[in-house]
Design a protein. Structure first.
Lengths: 166, 166
């Protein structure tokens, strides 16, 4: 697994990084389009997960990022954050995206990454509690692709659903 | 260019079909992810355009359609309908998606297609008129991936912007 240069936030939990890398192996093995996009782990901590791609396999006819790649990477970063958090809490779930709102704000002319986090700061415990009680829960995440100046070039707000397998 | 089995609506305009096939060649040549998805023309008439993909390169870890492929195909069908309509009216524009709302309603377990059309029935003439006057115009499209029973398995509503190159 190729590791992209990390984001400038500190990852001190080596177990977390190892688990995130394992998840990325899984994603690349199981989702052909993620492999075609050349998705790799950019960075993660307990609240955020970021995935990166090179531009060439994700470019459009104008030479900037293809809208499908932008929305796919943001959706995948959100999915991965939910999946990783569940695995770390010993939960075996099917996780899927229910709906999303996407804004394409600026063209992206180079390699890019998408960072996902929960919209509400304390959303994870209620999400896990609901899952424990009902076997099913949903959480709303915010994802963005930063542009070169750090302002968002694309944003996504999405609801993800987790459903226990057993 | 592989042509998928056509949709059950009548295409009587061979020029239109030829132009749509040329556009699909362009898409596959210029957008690597569209080639990785194995996007092909499914059907088109003057109001609708439909693109199809096989499931295997667009599957997720559960063996059904990857959310990124669903949203990418719907976005691409919308983009292609705008691009094709502009080319047929002699317009040379950059076309890009500005924003979208996506709903994932049912898992898709086989090959799938996405059909795009304008939300308002008479939207194209005002769109082209605005483009003629201002050199820039936007149009709202509705796209959907039908499930096996014909009910939508995924839907997208998106605004596309066209901007004259010259």
């Amino acid at each position: 697994m190729r590791l992209c240069p990390p984001l400038p936030y500190t990852v001190t939990d080596t177990d977390l990084t190892t688990q995130a890398e394992q998840l990325l192996h899984f994603i690349r093995d199981e989702i052909p389009l993620a492999r075609a996009m050349d998705v790799c782990l950019h960075a993660c901590d307990t609240e955020r997960l970021s995935l990166a791609v090179p531009l060439p396999p994700n470019a459009n006819d104008k030479g900037c990022a293809f809208g499908g790649s932008l929305v796919s990477l943001m959706t995948l970063a959100g999915w991965a954050l939910v999946e990783l958090t569940l695995r770390r809490h010993g939960e075996d779930c099917d996780v899927y995206v229910a709906d999303s709102s996407v804004r394409y704000l600026e063209p992206v002319w180079g390699d890019f990454h998408a960072e996902a986090r929960a919209i509400e700061q304390d959303a994870w415990m209620p999400f896990l509690d609901t899952l424990a009680v009902r076997g099913r829960a949903r959480i709303e995440l915010s994802c963005q692709v930063p542009g070169p100046d750090g302002a968002p070039a694309a944003t996504l707000v999405a609801r993800f659903v987790a459903k226990r397998r057993s």
